[in-house]
Design a protein around this ligand. Structure first.
Ligand code: ARG
Length: 569
C-alpha cells in the first residue's frame, strides 16, 4: 500500500508545491468511496481557496497522472481507487518477493530496544503471570526485530531479596524433609509457605531469615551463599524447560544479583544528584512533587539492606550505560505500576532526559476459573501442567477431526501451545484475561486454532493445486484481473506492514492478533464464495495467487505472535 500512498503524495506535491512527506493520506471512512483519501484542508491556507474547490481542481489535474489509480473529488476530499489488477499485482508481488520478511522493514535500523521480560523468581514456580510476560515480551521483541531494531532481551530473574534469607533459613531447618534435587520448585515452594506459616509465631525464625539475608548481602562466601547458589541453579534449570518448549530465548539472563556490584555506585550516583534524604535511618527519594501521596522511593533500609527498587535503578543505569537504548521496555504486570512510576520519577528528579525512553509495558492478570493465583498461599498452577493440559485437549480434538494426520503429536503440541499463546495476546494487554478452556481451544471462535486451521486449509488448497498441475498466475495486472471482486481482501493483505509497525510502537501484540483474526475471517468467507480449483483455469490461477499470498501473511502474523503455523492439522 505504501507504494500507492507514495505515488499519490508525489503527484499531489508536484501539482501543489507542497512537501510530499507532509501530505496525509488516509483510508476513507466509507470504503465504498475509495481505497485511499486525501483531505484537502491542509492546502487551504497555502492556496487561499476553499477545500472543495481545491479538491475539484486537483482532481482534474491528477486524472491520467496516476496509472492504475482513479481519482474522484467528493466535497473537500479526493478519493482514490486502485485498479484491482494493479492492486493485486503490487500487493501479491511484494508478499511473494519478501516472503517471511513481509510485514517488516528496516525503519528501526541503528536504534536499540532493551526488553525486560519473563523475569520469574528463583525458588518460586514459574506461574501464569510470568507466562504472560514471557509471551508478550517475546512477541514485542520479534516485532522490533522485524522492523530492523537491534533488540536486547533481558531476563531479570528475581534471585535476590529478603525472601532468599527466609529460604536459606527454611532449608537449614527443614531441608531434609523435602526432595530438593528431585523436585526443586515444589520443594522450595513448600519451604517458603512453611516459613510464612510458622514465622507468625516464631520470632527466632524471622530473625534467622533476616540474618541470612544480611550475610548474603555482605558478600561473604559462606554456607548461606552456597545454598543460595544451589537454589538458583536448580530453579534456572526448571525454567529453561519451559523456555525451550515455548521457543523463547534471551540475549542476557541477568538476575537481580548481577547488579550487586553496581548497588553502591548507583546509590552514590543518586545521592550525588542531591535528591536523597535520610528518613528514620533509611535513605529515600521523595516523589510527591510528581504525584500527590506517592510514597518515597526507598534506596536503603535502616538495616543497611537494599531493595527491589534499588536493584532496578542499578539495572536501568547499567542498561543505559551499556546500550544507550532508544526504548527500554519492562513487560511486567500492572500490579507493579507504582514501582515503575517511582523508578521513572527518580530518573526525572535526577534530570535525566532519557527517562521518557523507559516504559512500563503493563498487562492485566491472568486468572483461571478457580480464582486468582497467589504464590504465597500455594494456589499455584504450574505452567507446565497448564501447557500439558492444552496439548492433551488439542490432541483429542485433532484426533477426532483428522484421524489420518501424519504427525499428530507434533501438531497437538503446536496447536495446544498455540492456543494458549494466542489467547494470552488476544485482548489489549492491560485487560485481565480469564482462562476458559473451551474458549481457548475452540476451532471456530476467535482463537489460535481457528487461525492455524485457516492457514492449514490454504496450505491444503495449494497442495491440491500442485496435484492438478495448476500454478498460481504471474503477478502482473493483466493476469490478475480475475481478482476484481477481491479488493477488500487485497487491501487487508496490503495493510499488514502498518499493523506490524503500530503493534511495535504501542508494544501491543493484540493489534497483530486482531489483524490475523480478521484476515482469517475474510479469507474464509472469500473461500466460501469463490471456487478456487475446478473452474476456469485462468480464474483458478489468479485465485491461487491470492491464496498463496494470504497463506504467507497469516503465517507471518502467527510467527510474530510466537504461534506455529502448521501446514496440516
Ligand atoms: N521478578 C519480578 C516478579 O516476579 C518481576 C521483575 C520485573 N522486572 C524488573 N526489572 N523489575 O514480580
Amino acid at each position: 500500500m505504501q507504494v500507492f500512498i507514495d505515488r499519490i503524495r508525489a503527484a499531489i506535491a508536484a501539482h501543489s508545491g507542497l512537501d510530499a512527506a507532509e501530505l496525509k493520506i488516509e483510508s476513507p471512512r466509507d470504503p465504498s468511496l475509495g481505497d485511499l483519501a486525501f483531505p484537502c484542508f491542509p492546502l487551504a491556507k497555502a492556496l487561499r481557496k476553499a477545500p472543495p474547490a481545491i479538491a475539484a481542481e486537483l482532481g482534474e489535474k491528477l486524472t491520467g497522472d496516476l496509472e492504475g489509480i482513479s481519482v474522484e473529488a467528493a466535497g473537500p476530499y479526493l478519493n482514490f481507487r486502485i485498479d484491482r489488477g494493479t492492486l493485486a499485482a503490487q500487493v501479491l508481488g511484494t508478499i511473494q518477493e519478501e516472503g517471511e520478511g513481509f510485514g517488516g522493514s528496516d525503519e528501526g535500523s541503528g536504534k536499540t530496544v532493551v526488553l525486560d521480560f519473563s523475569s520469574p523468581n528463583i525458588a518460586k514456580p514459574f506461574h501464569v503471570g510470568h507466562l504472560r510476560s514471557t509471551i508478550l515480551g517475546a512477541t514485542i521483541q520479534r516485532l522490533h526485530d522485524a522492523l530492523g531494531y537491534r533488540t536486547v532481551g533481558i531476563n531479570h530473574i528475581g534471585d535476590w531479596g529478603s525472601q532468599f534469607g527466609k529460604l536459606v533459613a527454611a532449608i537449614q531447618r527443614w531441608g531434609d524433609e523435602v526432595d530438593l534435587e528431585g523436585d526443586p520448585i515444589r520443594s522450595l515452594l513448600t519451604l517458603y509457605i512453611r516459613f510464612h506459616d510458622e514465622a507468625e509465631n516464631d520470632p527466632e525464625l524471622v530473625e534467622a531469615g533476616r540474618a541470612a539475608f544480611r550475610e548474603l548481602e555482605s558478600g561473604e562466601e559462606g554456607e548461606v551463599r552456597a545454598t543460595w547458589r544451589r537454589l538458583t541453579e536448580l530453579s534456572l534449570a526448571e525454567f529453561d524447560r519451559i523456555y525451550q518448549r515455548l521457543g523463547v530465548s534471551f540475549d542476557h539472563v541477568r538476575g537481580e544479583a548481577f547488579y550487586e556490584p553496581y548497588l553502591e555506585p548507583t546509590i552514590e550516583r543518586i545521592r550525588a544528584s542531591g535528591i536523597t534524604e535520610e528518613s528514620e535511618g533509611a535513605l529515600v527519594v521523595r516523589l510527591d512533587e510528581y504525584e500527590k501521596g506517592a510514597p518515597p522511593c526507598l534506596l536503603r533500609k535502616t538495616d543497611g539492606t537494599t531493595l527491589y527498587a534499588t536493584r532496578d535503578l542499578a539495572a536501568v543505569f547499567h542498561r543505559w550505560d551499556e546500550f544507550a537504548f532508544d526504548r527500554c521496555l519492562y513487560v511486567v504486570g500492572s500490579d507493579q505500576r507504582l514501582h515503575f512510576r517511582q523508578l521513572k520519577y527518580v530518573l526525572r528528579r535526577m534530570g535525566l532526559d532519557w527517562e521518557s525512553r523507559v516504559e512500563h509495558v503493563d498487562f492485566g492478570m491472568l486468572s483461571l476459573p478457580e480464582g486468582k493465583l497467589s504464590t504465597r498461599k500455594g494456589q499455584v498452577v504450574f505452567l507446565e501442567d497448564l501447557l500439558d493440559r492444552a496439548v492433551e485437549q488439542a490432541g483429542a480434538i485433532i484426533a477426532e477431526k483428522n484421524p489420518d494426520l501424519a504427525d499428530p503429536e507434533r501438531v497437538a503440541e503446536e496447536v495446544g501451545l498455540g492456543a494458549v499463546v494466542f489467547h494470552d495476546q488476544k485482548r489489549e494487554r492491560v485487560k485481565d484475561v480469564v482462562f476458559d478452556w473451551d474458549e481457548v481451544l475452540s476451532f471456530e471462535g476467535e482463537t489460535g486454532p481457528y487461525v492455524q486451521y485457516t492457514h492449514a486449509r490454504l496450505a491444503s488448497i495449494l497442495r491440491k493445486a500442485v496435484e492438478k498441475g495448476l500454478e498460481a498466475a504471474e503477478l502482473a495486472p493483466e493476469s490478475l484481473a480475475g481478482l476484481a471482486d477481491s479488493g477488500e481482501l487485497l487491501l487487508t493483505l496490503g495493510r499488514f506492514p502498518t499493523v506490524v509497525r503500530s503493534a511495535a510502537a504501542e508494544a501491543e501484540p493484540s493489534i497483530v492478533t486482531r489483524y490475523v483474526l480478521e484476515l482469517a475471517r475474510e479469507m474464509n468467507s472469500w473461500y466460501a464464495n469463490h471456487r478456487v480449483l475446478g473452474g476456469d483455469p485462468e480464474e483458478s490461477r489468479a485465485r491461487l495467487a491470492l491464496v498463496r499470498g494470504a497463506k504467507i501473511v497469516i503465517g507471518n502474523g502467527l510467527r510474530l505472535l510466537g504461534v506455529a503455523a502448521p501446514e496440516e492439522m
